[in-house]
Design a protein around this ligand. Structure first.
Ligand code: FES
Length: 211
């Protein structure tokens, strides 16, 4: 049987580097892929003076390509400054891996987004982001692409589960096309509140169900 993967992908998949959870990370990114519903978490430890990534780990709930890419990019990011690590692209990771099948591009994108989210988390916590984006409906929509619809395994935006979004004076209201007593309603609500509540200018998140 011929695998569609390069030898290097298989090596990193079988023996991934930097796998595991990190206790008390300085930055943490959790990203879900809108394409397949898989998730990746990236943890970083950063030297506060030099802003160099001293340690990095990841956990993947994704496929072989995702695990292999996360393994490669965490290797590449270790020892780099945050600004250097931000420039690592999924194309670069895919090249390092000797290529990936085109249908698997989103898996590398997911790993890179996880790394960028961990860097952003660090920067937000340490006041390094000077230009803050105001929360708009578009920003909310983008965040909600990381909330999964457990009924389908895809995100709530792509599956049209969100009927309406409104943003006003730090209050966000999201209308979900599910009855409040649906078995998944509490989990979806919790996930939405968590994703939107961390936006810097959001004070209140209201999740409303249709019945
Ligand atoms: Fe989901 Fe690859 S198919 S991460």
């Amino acid at each position: 049987m011929k695998f569609p993967y390069s030898q290097k992908v298989l090596e990193h998949f079988k023996n991934p580097h930097n796998v595991g959870k990190m206790e008390n990370p300085d930055g943490k990114g959790l990203e879900g892929s809108p394409a397949c519903g898989d998730m990746v978490a990236v943890y970083i430890k950063v030297n506060p003076d030099t802003k160099v990534i001293d340690d990095i780990k990841f956990e993947s709930y994704g496929c072989a390509s995702n695990i292999a890419t996360a393994s490669i990019i965490t290797d590449l990011a270790r020892g780099k400054t945050l600004d250097e690590a931000k420039k690592i692209t999924w194309k670069q990771a895919a090249e390092e891996l000797g290529g990936l099948p085109p249908v698997k591009a989103h898996c590398s994108v997911l790993a890179v987004e996880g790394l960028r989210a961990a860097i952003k988390d660090y920067e937000e916590k340490h006041g390094l982001i000077t230009e803050k984006e105001s929360t708009t409906e578009e920003v909310v929509k983008k965040r909600l692409k990381h909330v999964m619809n457990p009924l389908t395994g895809l995100d709530v935006i792509r599956t049209n589960l969100i009927l309406k979004i409104s943003v006003e004076d730090g209050a966000v209201r999201v209308v979900v096309d599910l009855p409040a007593n649906h078995q998944f309603a509490p989990a979806i609500k919790e996930d939405i509140v968590e994703k939107l509540g961390s936006l810097w200018d959001v004070e209140k998140v209201d999740v409303v169900f249709t019945a």
